[in-house]
Design a protein around this ligand. Structure first.
Ligand code: SF4
Ligand code: SF4
Length: 255
């Protein structure tokens, strides 16, 4: 799994759970629902990211004094667990459409700005909270780290988004909220055709989330979408086990 490869490569202590802050983060997220992720996956992701974020300092950048505060660190970790589950949903449900059926090849919807969380005009118009702004800033730095790792030296951003390579998107955990929720009409129609009425709540929820103004950190995600996806797949017999067994998939597109 490429995500675990990146997590393993992150700078951090050999034994991340030796830090009290990391152990507290692991315990906090162990008590939350992650319908598509096995317990060991959540534990590993939280421990690796927590240790890494603590090492990045208060502003989410190396060399800045002071540890990253609990609120920002946990908002970023929670977002990464959410996007990992949505990535699994898209592996199964949408990436094959982007790969084989996109009406706008080769870029699709991956233009130069979809990866950006807050543009200057967003900041002026939406008045995001301090935590939301810092989250957007930290996401930009984490996108650069994750994208560089997953590109494996391939050119990124030759056309369109800076994280797009010839083989697709290099981000899994730290895509922008727009990228993780975006469904074009082609994909929405395909989901409705494949899953019937059970697709409606998922498609509508994704569109709402993609269009939502980001004022608070909680606006970055909609956990109800994961359950909507599980119900959508369950209706055609594709879900029912625990953890990653609740979804199959593995296709890779640009979304
Ligand atoms: S979501 Fe984007 S990449 Fe996928 S089919 Fe639609 S336009 Fe193409
Ligand atoms: S899905 Fe990936 S490649 Fe496409 S715009 Fe978003 S970050 Fe860029």
């Amino acid at each position: 799994m490429p995500i675990d490869g990146w997590l393993e490569a992150l700078p951090g202590p050999e034994s991340p759970t030796s830090s009290r802050d990391v152990a507290d983060d692991v315990a906090l997220f162990a008590g939350r629902e992650h319908p598509l992720l096995p317990v060991r996956t959540v534990h590993h992701q939280v421990a690796r990211l927590s240790a890494h974020l603590l090492g990045l300092g208060s502003a989410g950048a190396p060399g800045v004094s002071g540890a990253m505060d609990d609120g920002l660190r946990r908002a970023l970790i929670g977002y990464s667990l959410y996007t990992r589950q949505l990535d699994m949903v898209q592996d199964r449900a949408t990436k094959h459409i982007c790969r084989d059926g996109c009406e706008r090849p080769p870029l699709g919807c991956c233009n130069r700005s979809h990866n950006v969380v807050f543009s200057l005009s967003d900041i002026m118009m939406q008045h995001p909270t301090g935590l939301a702004l810092r989250m957007g800033d930290a996401l930009a730095r984490l996108q650069a780290e994750e994208g560089t790792h997953h590109a494996h030296g391939a050119p990124m951003g030759e056309r369109g988004c800076p994280y797009l390579t010839a083989t697709g998107c290099t981000l899994h955990l730290f895509k922008s909220p727009l990228c993780v929720h975006y469904l074009c009409p082609t994909v929405a129609d395909a989901l409705n055709a494949a899953h019937g009425p059970e697709a409606v709540p998922f498609v509508a929820g994704m569109r709402r989330a993609a269009n939502r103004q980001l004022e608070r950190s909680s606006d970055f995600m909609d956990p109800g979408l994961i359950e909507a996806a599980v119900r959508m797949f369950a209706a055609d017999g594709g879900a029912g086990n625990g953890g990653e067994g609740r979804l199959g998939g593995g296709a890779s597109g640009n979304a």
